[in-house]
Design a protein around this ligand. Structure first.
Ligand code: PEP
Ligand code: MG
Length: 868
C-alpha cells in the first residue's frame, strides 16, 4: 500500500484518501498556486493505526523518504541547528470538522535550532523564541495531553496588560524555560528535542485526535461516519509571525451569509494561524491589507478568482504572508447559509460557470425548508427558559394558554396564543388550529402534537421535559423557578427547540409569500423561483399532498401539489360529529346504526365536494376511516368516575359498557382501518356513497378510494366488491386501491395487487410495525438515548429506513407490478416529505410522493435533485 502522497501527486477528488485539506492543497499545488511544499499521510494509515494501535508497516520508511525529498527541495534539514527546516503537522479529514482535531506548528525547533531560525530571519531573535514557545505550548497540549490552561496562565502572567506582540526576545526566552518546566512537571520527562521524534509523535497525536470526545460528539451531530479516520498533512512552515510585514488571514470568495460578491475576510498582522481563530488579538478587515501590502493583496484577489473559476463555487481560504510573500495554506468549497446557497447557485449560472442542472444539485430541501419558516430576529435580546425538541420549525409568539377552549376563545378575540399542554390528542385540534404555536412537555417528534403541527406548518416544540405543566392550575414552571401563567407571553423556536420568556421579534418568510403567489421581488426569491422551475422540469416523481380540509387542499395547489395522496377521513368525524360516532358505535340495533350513518352521510358528502372543488380536476385519494378507537371514545377512567356519581344518565352507563367492551390494550394494533370497516356494517359503504355523490356534483372530480391497514387480500376483496358496486350504481369512476402499511401486505403484494389498482405506502405504520416501535411512544421513551449513543443517526420515523422498511417497499413494488404492470405507486407516510426518503422513492420507482402542503416545495426540489 502507498500511505504517503506528495502534494504534487494528489488532487481534489481524493478526499477519501487525503482528507479535504490534503486533497485541496494538492489541487492548488497543481494549479501552480503558491502552496508551501509538503505531503499527506493517508486516512488508510490512520484507520490502520486506530485499529491496530501501531502505524502500518512501511509508513515510517515512506514518511522518511518524503521528508528527505522535502529537505532537498527546501535546501534545509528538519531542525538543522544553523538553518532549520520547520514543518507543521495538520489534521484533515474527508469532512471538515472545524477545530475538532489537532494541529502542531513549528515542529523541528529545539535549543539549538532556535538560534538557526533567528539567523534565517535576519537576526530576529524575538520571532524565533516566539515560535519556540508556541511549539512547546501546542505540542504540550496536543501531543503530551497537558492542560492547555497551564501554558495560557503562564503567558497571561507574563503579559500583564500588554499584548503578546509586546513581549521581547528575552521575555519569550524566559517563557520557553517556564513552558519546559511545565512539561517536566506534568509528564516527568523533558520536552523532546529530536526533530524527527517530535514529528512522529505529532502524527500519532493527530491520528488519536480522531477519537477525542469532542470529535466523536461533533461527528454524531453532523452525521459524519465514525470510521473514516483523518489524514495528516506535513507542510514546510511559512511564518506569519516574523514581523509587521507578515501575517495570517482567512477569506471567502464571496459573502457566505448572502452570496454577494466582494471582499470578505479577516487579517492579523505578525501572527500565526491559530491566533486568528483563538481571537488573541482583534483582526482587521481584509480590505485593509491593500494599504499594508498592496502586492500581496492584489495577488490574493487574483488567486481567489482563480479558485472560484476552478472550483466553480464559493471557496474559503487560509493564507499567510511571510515578509511580503503570500502563501496559500488551505482552501475548500465553503459553508454558507441557506439563502446564500440559492443566490450563489444562480449567480454561478449567470456567470456561465455551472448549468441549471448543477444549480439544482447545489441546494438542498433542508435549505429550502429553512427559508420557508418565519424566524426570530437574530439580533434581538432573548431570555431563554428551557429547550425541547424541534418538532416543527418556525418562530411563534403569543400568550400561553393551557386548554384548547381557551386557545380558541382568545384567538377569536384577536390574541396570538401558544397552546401549552403536557401532550395533545385529537380533541386539541381546534386549539392547535387557533394557536400560533404548540408547546408540549411530553412526546417526541412523531407525537400527536408534532405530526399535526408539521402537517399544518405550525411551529411546535415538543417533549420539553424540563417544564412542569399544570393544565389544571393554568401554568408551567421552568428550571430556575420561572413560572409562566395563562396570559404570559412566550416565544418558541421550532427550528432550535428553544423557549423564551416574553416577546421575541419575528421576521416573515418571503419565500412562503412567493409560493403563496407573490411575484418574485428580491434576489433570493428569484433564485428560488428559477431553481424550483428547473427542478420541476427534470423530476420524474409526482408530488401530492396529505390534506383533509379545503384550505389545505387549496394551499397544496398553490405550493405545486399535483393532487391529494392522502385525505384522512377520521378527522372529519371529530368535533360536533363525535356524538354521531358515539351513536354509531353504541348502536345495538340495525335501525339505530343506520340512523347514525344516515346522519353522517350528507356531512361527508359536503366535505368531499369542497375538497374536489379545491383540487380542480386533480386526483384526490380518499382514505376510508382509520380511527384507533381510543382516540374517538370517551376516556374509560373519566367515564367510570362519571357513572359512579349520582348524575349519571342511562346513556352514560351504556357508553361505559361499550367502551369497556371495545377497550384494547394495543389500540394501534387493534380495531382500526379495514378491520373496523368489516366489523361495522355500512360504515365504508356510507363513505363510498358520499364520495360518489360528491364526485357527481363536481365536474372533473377524480376520486381514488383507499382502504387502510390491509394485511391480507381477503380483507380487501369484500370491501372492494361493495365499493365497486356502489360506484357502478352511481356511474362514478374511481380507482380503488390500498395502503401498504402492514408488513404482511408488503410481503403478499402480488396477491394484494389483484384487488388493488394502486398502492400507497403508509410508512408511519409500516415503520411502527416493522420495527415493533410504538410510533406514539418511543421517541420520548428512548430514542433520545439511541441517538445519543449513536445507535441511530436519525429516527426511522423521520428518515425512511432503507434496509428494513425500504426492503419491504422494494418487495411490494416488484411483486405488485408483477401482478399488475400498471399498478400506480405512491407514499403517504411522513417520509414523503423527507429529503433522503424522497430520493429513495425515486430510486425504487414510485410514481409520486405525498406530504403535508408545507413540505411540497421541499419534495419537488428533492425529486428534481434525485432525477439528476
Ligand atoms: C401511515 O401509516 O403512514 C399513514 C399515512 O397513515 P396514518 O399516519 O394515518 O396512520
Ligand atoms: Mg397508517
Amino acid at each position: 500500500a502507498k500511505y504517503v502522497y506528495d502534494f504534487t501527486e494528489g488532487n481534489r477528488n481524493l478526499k477519501d484518501l487525503l482528507g479535504g485539506k490534503g486533497a485541496n492543497l494538492a489541487e492548488m499545488t497543481n494549479l501552480g498556486l503558491p502552496v508551501p511544499p509538503g505531503f499527506t499521510i493517508t486516512t488508510d494509515a490512520c484507520r490502520h493505526y486506530l485499529a491496530a494501535g501501531v502505524v502500518p508497516d512501511g509508513l515510517d520508511q515512506e514518511v522518511a523518504e518524503h521528508l528527505d525529498a522535502l529537505e532537498k527541495q527546501m535546501g534545509r534539514r528538519l531542525g538543522q541547528a544553523d538553518d532549520p527546516l520547520l514543518v507543521s503537522v495538520r489534521s484533515g479529514a474527508k469532512f471538515s470538522m472545524p477545530g475538532m482535531m489537532e494541529t502542531v506548528l513549528n515542529i523541528g525547533l529545539n535549543d539549538e535550532s532556535v538560534h538557526g531560525l533567528a539567523k534565517q530571519a535576519g537576526g530576529n531573535d524575538r520571532f524565533a523564541w516566539d515560535s519556540y514557545r508556541r511549539l512547546i505550548q501546542m505540542f504540550g497540549k496536543t501531543v503530551l495531553g497537558i492542560d492547555g490552561d497551564l501554558f495560557e496562565h503562564a503567558l497571561d502572567a507574563l503579559k500583564g496588560k500588554r499584548q503578546d506582540t509586546d513581549l521581547d526576545a528575552g521575555e519569550l526566552q524566559g517563557l520557553v524555560e517556564t513552558f519546559k518546566g511545565i512539561v517536566h512537571e506534568q509528564t516527568g520527562k523533558d520536552f523532546p528535542t529530536d526533530p524527527r521524534e517530535q514529528m512522529r509523535l505529532a502524527v500519532m497525536a493527530v491520528f488519536d485526535s480522531w477519537n477525542a470526545p469532542r470529535a466523536i460528539l461533533y461527528r454524531r451531530q453532523e452525521r459524519i461516519p465514525a470510521d473514516l479516520g483523518t489524514a495528516v498533512n506535513i507542510v514546510a512552515m511559512v511564518f506569519g509571525n516574523v514581523g509587521n510585514d507578515s501575517g495570517t488571514g482567512v477569506a471567502f470568495t464571496r459573502d457566505p451569509g448572502t452570496g454577494t460578491q466582494g471582499i470578505y475576510g479577516d487579517y492579523l498582522q505578525n501572527a500565526q494561524g491559530e491566533d486568528v481563530v483563538a481571537g488573541i488579538r482583534n483582526t482587521i478587515p481584509l480590505e485593509e491589507l491593500e494599504r499594508i501590502d498592496k502586492r500581496s493583496y492584489d495577488e490574493l484577489l487574483g488567486i481567489m478568482e482563480t479558485l472560484e473559476n476552478h472550483y466553480r463555487d464559493l471557496c474559503d481560504i487560509e493564507f499567510t504572508i511571510e515578509r511580503g510573500k503570500l502563501w496559500m495554506l488551505q482552501t475548500r468549497v465553503g459553508k454558507r447559509t441557506a439563502a446564500a446557497a440559492f443566490c450563489i447557485a444562480t449567480q454561478l449560472v449567470d456567470q456561465g460557470l455551472i448549468t441549471l442542472d448543477e444549480a439544482v444539485t447545489r441546494v438542498t430541501g433542508d435549505q429550502l425548508a429553512q427559508l420557508m419558516f418565519p424566524r426570530f430576529d437574530g439580533g434581538a435580546d432573548k431570555k431563554k427558559i428551557a429547550k425541547g425538541m424541534n418538532a416543527s420549525p418556525g418562530a411563534a409568539v403569543g400568550k400561553a394558554v393551557f386548554s384548547s377552549e381557551r386557545a380558541v376563545e382568545l384567538s377569536e378575540q384577536g390574541e396570538d396564543v401558544i397552546l401549552v399542554r403536557r401532550e395533545t390528542n385529537p380533541d386539541d385540534l381546534a386549539g392547535m388550529i387557533a394557536a400560533k404555536g404548540i408547546l408540549t412537555s411530553r412526546g417526541g417528534k412523531t407525537s400527536h402534537a408534532a405530526v399535526v403541527a408539521r402537517g399544518m406548518g405550525k411551529t411546535c416544540v415538543c417533549g420539553a421535559e424540563e417544564l412542569e405543566v399544570s393544565t389544571s392550575e393554568g401554568r408551567f414552571t421552568a428550571p430556575g423557578g420561572v413560572v409562566v401563567s395563562e396570559g404570559d407571553v412566550i416565544s418558541i423556536d421550532g427550528t432550535s427547540g428553544e423557549i423564551y420568556l416574553g416577546e421575541v421579534p419575528v421576521v416573515d418568510s418571503a419565500v412562503v409569500e412567493y409560493f403563496e403567489g407573490a411575484e418574485p421581488q428580491d434576489e433570493l426569491v428569484k433564485a428560488v423561483d428559477r431553481i424550483m422551475s428547473h427542478a420541476d422540469s427534470v423530476r420524474r416523481l409526482g408530488v401530492r399532498a396529505n390534506a383533509d380540509t379545503p384550505d389545505d387542499a387549496a394551499r397544496a395547489r398553490r405550493f405545486g401539489g399535483q393532487g391529494i395522496g392522502l385525505c384522512r377521513t377520521e378527522h372529519m368525524f371529530l368535533g360536533e360529529r363525535r356524538q354521531l360516532v358515539e351513536d354509531l358505535v353504541l348502536a345495538s340495533t340495525d335501525e339505530a346504526r343506520q340512523a347514525a350513518l344516515d346522519a353522517l352521510e350528507p356531512l361527508q358528502k359536503a366535505d368531499f365536494t369542497e375538497i374536489f372543488r379545491a383540487m380542480d380536476g386533480n386526483p384526490v385519494t380518499i382514505r376510508l376511516i382509520d380511527p384507533p378507537l381510543h382516540e374517538f371514545l370517551p376516556d374509560i377512567v373519566d367515564l367510570s368516575v362519571k357513572v359512579a356519581t349520582d348524575g349519571a344518565t342511562d346513556k352514560d352507563r351504556r357508553l361505559l359498557a361499550a367502551v369497556k367492551r371495545l377497550h384494547e390494550q394495543n389500540p394501534m394494533l387493534g380495531l382500526r382501518g379495514v378491520r373496523l370497516g368489516l366489523v361495522i356494517p355500512g360504515l365504508f359503504a356510507m363513505q363510498v356513497r358520499a364520495i360518489a355523490q360528491a364526485a357527481k356534483e363536481v365536474p372533473g372530480a377524480r376520486p381514488e378510494i383507499m382502504i387502510p391497514l390491509v394485511a391480507a387480500v381477503q380483507e380487501l376483496e369484500s370491501v372492494r366488491e361493495e365499493a365497486a358496486k356502489i360506484l357502478a350504481e352511481t356511474g362514478v369512476e374511481a380507482l380503488i386501491g390500498t395502503m401498504i402499511e402492514v408488513p404482511r401486505a408488503a410481503l403478499t403484494a402480488a396477491q394484494i395487487a389483484e384487488a388493488a389498482e394502486f398502492f400507497s405506502f403508509g410508512t408511519n405504520d409500516l415503520t411502527q410495525m416493522t420495527w415493533g416501535f410504538s410510533r406514539d411512544d418511543v421517541e420520548s421513551a428512548f430514542f433520545s438515548r439511541y441517538l445519543d449513543q449513536g445507535i441511530f443517526g436519525v429516527s426511522p420515523f423521520e428518515t425512511l429506513d432503507r434496509e428494513g422498511v425500504g426492503r419491504l417497499i422494494r418487495i411490494a413494488v416488484e411483486e405488485g407490478r408483477s401482478t399488475r404492470p400498471d399498478l400506480h405507486l405512491g407514499i403517504c407516510g411522513e417520509h414523503g416529505g423527507d429529503p433522503d426518503s424522497v430520493h429513495f422513492c425515486h430510486d425504487v420507482g414510485l410514481d409520486y410522493v405525498s406530504c403535508s402542503p408545507f413540505r411540497i416545495p421541499v419534495a419537488r426540489l428533492e425529486a428534481g435533485r434525485a432525477a439528476l
